[in-house]
Write a protein that binds this ligand. Structure first.
Ligand code: CA
Length: 424
């Protein structure tokens, strides 16, 4: 039987070559429809959603002894079954969608309810977020921010090259793409003023990141090895770590970001599995100095994922591209982040979300935040129609897309979108 990643596979569901969701992808999400409002688990295929709850109830997917894993509003129960079940299920779904398999293709009574038009599906947050940790693992991003705030000679803090730096964020405000984001309020103290005031953020920003979805738990007190950590990763989503730069600048000393990052984090609705990304695995940048033994990697753990950010101001008809970069530039890999996270004995949970940190590349157009693109507000980004931006304004919509380009197909993430509402 062909491997689910085989580029030659075709589905009986028509898939446009430019679609993010060919049979080689099969990302998981949670959806509902007007006709059937109970959220359940589905897989994206072309412009359809394959309803796994229907397949499960028809006995076409058998996860015995687990029942009704897909008739649920989150993927947590499925993720908890572990990597062997993830693999087996992906093989089965691929088999059922193949153009030369009549089982689902020719059974109209199952096929019709099981293949929902994507246009009719409302997409929900795909998993219950147990914990959210955000890292800071792009050397280009950390260097840019360091140069702006501390000068060229102290750009990278002395610890940065020795471990993935991160902080514990808020799971409570992780939202799915399409959720509108209210401009936060907070304490502001511009450098030129003597005292802080409280009010709406004036320097609202996005951060282009990927999110790792942890699908397995690890016990308190135990470290993880490279292979063990990798096998705990269920998949990846696009992640926008909305950031209030003015709140951040005043509050971040000495414990790091707090309210500046706590008001919203947006993720894309489809979780692209680690297995679907396997053909796009690449080496990350050389690590110098060589990391301590517990952080060393025997295999390439980065992924070649093209990333694109576009902004549409309220008065613009179309979004305009403002950043184009790639996930492969990350200095610290997701596996290293997870290994480091558990290294103190910190327990990981099913549904933990790890933000990669802002993804910036070596070129100017590869900067993954407005802070960097406008160089701390000194070089406005010019958009069509004379629109200029240093930071986000009310009514602005921000779109991030990501995809791996295969030969004749792409394994894509869809989109994460958010529009800014005025402060309440
Ligand atoms: Ca971040």
């Amino acid at each position: 039987m062909p491997h689910p990643n085989d580029p030659k596979l075709r589905s009986f569901v028509d898939v446009d070559p430019a679609s993010d969701f060919p049979i080689q992808n099969l990302p998981y999400g949670v959806f509902s429809t007007q006709a059937a409002p109970a959220p359940r688990v589905g897989v994206a295929i072309g412009d359809r959603v394959l309803d796994l709850a229907v397949l499960e109830s028809e006995g076409l997917i058998d996860l015995a002894p687990a029942y009704d894993v897909f008739a649920q509003a989150s993927l947590n129960a499925f993720m908890a079954l572990g990597p062997r079940v993830w693999s087996k299920t992906r093989v089965r779904i691929s088999e059922l969608l193949r153009h030369d398999n009549p089982k689902l293709r020719d059974d109209k009574s199952v096929r019709t309810p099981a293949l929902v038009p994507m246009a009719d599906a409302r997409l929900h947050l795909p998993f219950e977020v147990a914990g959210y940790t955000d890292f800071y693992s792009s050397k280009e991003h950390a260097t840019n921010v360091g140069v702006m705030f501390r000068g060229k000679d102290n750009a990278l803090q002395p610890n940065w090259l020795h471990m993935p730096i991160g902080y514990n964020g808020r799971a409570s405000t992780v939202v799915v793409s399409g959720t509108r984001v209210r401009r936060p309020r907070g304490q502001l103290k511009p450098p030129a003023t003597d005292a802080p005031s409280f009010g709406p953020c004036k320097r609202l920003d996005f951060e282009l990141e990927m999110g790792v979805v942890v699908g397995q738990s690890s016990p308190i007190g135990e470290m993880l090895g490279e292979t063990q950590a990798e096998e705990m990763i269920f998949g990846f989503v696009l992640l926008n770590d909305w950031s209030a730069r003015d709140i951040q600048q005043w509050e971040y000393v000495p414990l790091g970001p707090f309210q500046a990052k706590a008001f919203a984090t947006s993720i894309s609705p489809w979780i692209v599995t680690r297995e679907a990304l396997e053909p796009f695995r690449v080496h990350g940048p050389a690590q110098d100095p060589v990391p301590l033994p517990y952080l060393r990697q025997a295999q390439p753990n980065n992924y070649d994922i093209e990333l694109d950010v576009a902004l549409r101001a309220a008065q613009m008809n179309q979004a305009a591209g403002i950043c184009r970069t790639n996930f492969k530039y990350m200095y610290w890999s997701s596996v290293q982040q997870l290994v480091h996270h558990a290294s103190s004995g910190c327990a990981m949970n099913v549904g933990d979300l790890l933000g990669s940190g802002t993804i910036s590349g070596p070129e100017k157009h590869q900067r993954g935040s407005l802070l960097e693109l406008s160089w701390n507000g000194t070089e406005p980004v010019e958009l069509p129609g004379g629109v200029k931006r240093t930071f986000l304004e009310d009514g602005d919509s921000l779109m991030m897309r990501g995809w791996c380009q295969g030969n004749g197909y792409r394994v894509g993430f869809g989109e994460v979108e958010g529009t800014i509402l005025p402060a309440s």
